[in-house]
Ligand binder design. Sequence first.
Ligand SMILES: Cc1ncc(COP(=O)(O)O)c(C=O)c1O
Length: 443
Amino acid sequence: MKLVSTVFKHFSKYMKMSEINQKFVLPQRYTGSEPSVWTEYIQLALDYKPLNLGQGFPDEFPPKYVTDTLVEVAKDRSDYTIHQYARGFGHPRLIKALAKLYSKLIGRQINERTEILVCIGGYEALFSAISGHTDVGDEVIVIEPYFDCYEPMIKYAGGIPRFIPLRPKEVSGRLLSSADWVLNKEELESLFNEKTKMIIVNSPNNPLGKVFSMEELTFIADLCKKWNVLCLSDEVYEWMVFKPHKHIRIATLPGMWERTITIGSGGKTFSVTGWKVGWVYCPENLMKNLHIVHQNSVYTGVTPVQVATAIAFEIEMERMESDDCYFVSLARELEAKRDYMVNFLVDIGMKPTIPDAGYFMLADWSALESKVDMNSENDKYNDFRFTKWMTKNVGLQGIPPSAFFSSPNKYLAEHCVRYCYMKKTETLKQAEDILKQWKATAK
Ligand SMILES: Cc1ncc(COP(=O)(O)O)c(C=O)c1O
């Protein structure tokens, strides 16, 4: 007791709570960040236990050979280095596999030592690229909808995001497809100026599933060359493209290798998002800046995960293009899941935008608004109200896609929800049942 009161006296004499709070406020460079939609919606899912079509990850096991590989690597007693720090810029076996794969895909020899960096997921790859190339006052063009971390990452580096939305075309008699969401060329052109350092292109796009066409990428590439601007190409969904669409790597366009930083993700590629292994490839002179950020923030990645990813790539490279290749079967399976979800969303009265790639689908729920108590939540944006009400009252969770737009453009998705269809058939069937049951009983 005596001890407690002594400590208390000491505490109150020297530190008032208000003084502590004042001193330890969030550093200015981080202020103004919106609270993350993920933090809020993951908690919502834990509290209400809905069927979760929110976050982007599969709800079934990855391919068996992929998980078996990690087990084999981890229990191999002949090589102790598997459990020790890996080479900081990427384990030799993984950079070798990545260099072999991407050299073929982009039609030029990539130097595994100087032109590849292995990161803690595509996320750290984005962070190293944005921080390593954005100076105070630099402008970075961001195409909306965008993966929501781009904006804070640019701001933390002192940069200024300049947004340009994809807008849906007017279509009649059919559903929108992700290809109907397009850029206004003059508007894009008007954003480029001497202060522009970088444009971020995410193709295939999260959350739309849009695969940028050759014409669209050429237009972007020409502006990059005209204004001497870098292209940060986030291609984490590169293998999930549905026929007849084709993923085009912007680094392969004439004059673009010199100014493109491309990002990939092992989590997305092998359906192991929890492995958090990603990478960057770009020319050595651009890579140097990323090295600085990477070596002074995370320094190195998880060794057994890198080795297992390398082996998985070695296996897939032996059977590229064949039906057994996971990159081929993954897209095929996802396409069937996409079609299934499109059909049941249409059946209950939503209007999905049909994605040409990726894990996600935007669906317009405005025709069902009268069945939702939109006043039960006090969020500013309608899609937040809709998705929260659905989570709590119907038991199905989606993500409010206005989170992927800047404030002036949130209206473009405020009447939509984002659902992830990278889920097992039973889960999709359950989602269908939940929605149909709701539709049948809702007043
Ligand atoms: C567009 C986009 N880029 C990057 C990432 C991050 O990838 P990783 O999970 O490998 O960190 C994601 C993850 O959802 C994403 O959707």
